[in-house]
Design a protein around this ligand. Structure first.
Ligand SMILES: Nc1ncnc2c1ncn2[C@@H]1O[C@H](COP(=O)(O)OP(=O)(O)O)[C@@H](O)[C@H]1O
Ligand SMILES: [Mg+2]
Length: 244
């Protein structure tokens, strides 16, 4: 009984901390949204009002407006990620899938991102591993993990993704080279809105939700997600039990 109570207190504390981080995040986001929007309006106003500007300057203003508009798009996507997270308690819609093909397909979409950091991808898995899951949700899990592996990887390295068939299910892992995640931080990164790098850079400025979403979906499948990190290696492993 005591243990149950302690667990409840701990959960309440974690929820409160996550809530606080979420509030902070929304304040930052709202602030960040204003900056590119002000630029877009500013440069568009110039383009409209200054009749005599050179082609070169016009091009420059257009380029900046475009870049800022894209930044806005990223931030708005982040907002959607936050709202979607709250809707994720829906039930699973399961079907049988070919995991091998699913991973090949998802990784294919990351080719431009991999190239931009000169990363080499190694897919190590048996052909035609089949399993049962909610395909859309599991795609989101893999997408988040691959995106992280790329975002937080050093440049000019390799990323390894593999799937291994076990007696009671299947194991999928994602490995990259980057800053080692300390033992004490390893459990915290699965909390909502938790990030190791608190500065929200343009390139890797996620909301700190990817792993929390992944964990929730994997646990809905009765599976588990764990991290291992040592000597600048980071490996996430997802285990999914075979359920009929
Ligand atoms: N593959 C990885 N390599 C190194 N660090 C990682 C990796 N995946 C996640 N992290 C760390 O865990 C944090 C939380 O990840 P995540 O929940 O996906 O949020 P986000 O990517 O939006 O920051 C990241 O900010 C990063 O510091
Ligand atoms: Mg992420």
């Amino acid at each position: 009984m005591n243990q149950v109570k302690q667990e409840a207190i701990r959960n309440a504390r974690l929820a409160k901390e996550a809530e606080q981080r979420k509030n902070d995040l929304i304040v930052y986001l709202a602030h960040d949204l204003k900056t590119p929007l002000t630029s877009v309006i500013g440069y568009l106003t110039l383009l409209r009002d200054e009749k005599e500007i050179s082609d070169k300057l016009r091009e420059k203003y257009l380029a900046i407006s475009f870049e800022k508009a894209e930044r806005l798009e990223d931030l708005i996507n982040e907002f959607f990620e936050i709202t979607r997270f709250n809707l994720s308690q829906l039930s699973l819609d399961k079907s049988r899938v070919n995991l091998t093909r699913m991973l090949e397909q998802i990784t294919y979409e990351f080719k431009p991102l991999l190239d931009s950091k000169n990363l080499q991808l190694f897919l190590q898995m048996e052909t035609d591993i089949e399993f049962t899951c909610d395909v859309n949700k599991m795609e989101r899990v893999f997408d988040n993990l691959i995106r992280n592996a790329i975002n937080y990887s050093f440049e000019n390295c390799s990323i390894k993704i593999g799937a291994v068939k076990k007696d009671d299910g299947v194991e999928v892992y994602f490995e990259n080279q980057g800053n080692t995640i300390s033992k004490e931080k390893q459990s915290r990164i699965f909390e909502q809105f938790y990030r190791l790098d608190v500065s929200r850079g343009t390139k890797t400025g996620g909301a700190g939700l990817g792993l929390a979403i992944a964990k929730e979906i994997v646990e809905q499948h009765q599976g588990s997600i764990t991290v291992f990190s040592e000597n600048e290696i980071i490996r996430f492993t997802v285990f999914l039990p075979e359920v009929s």
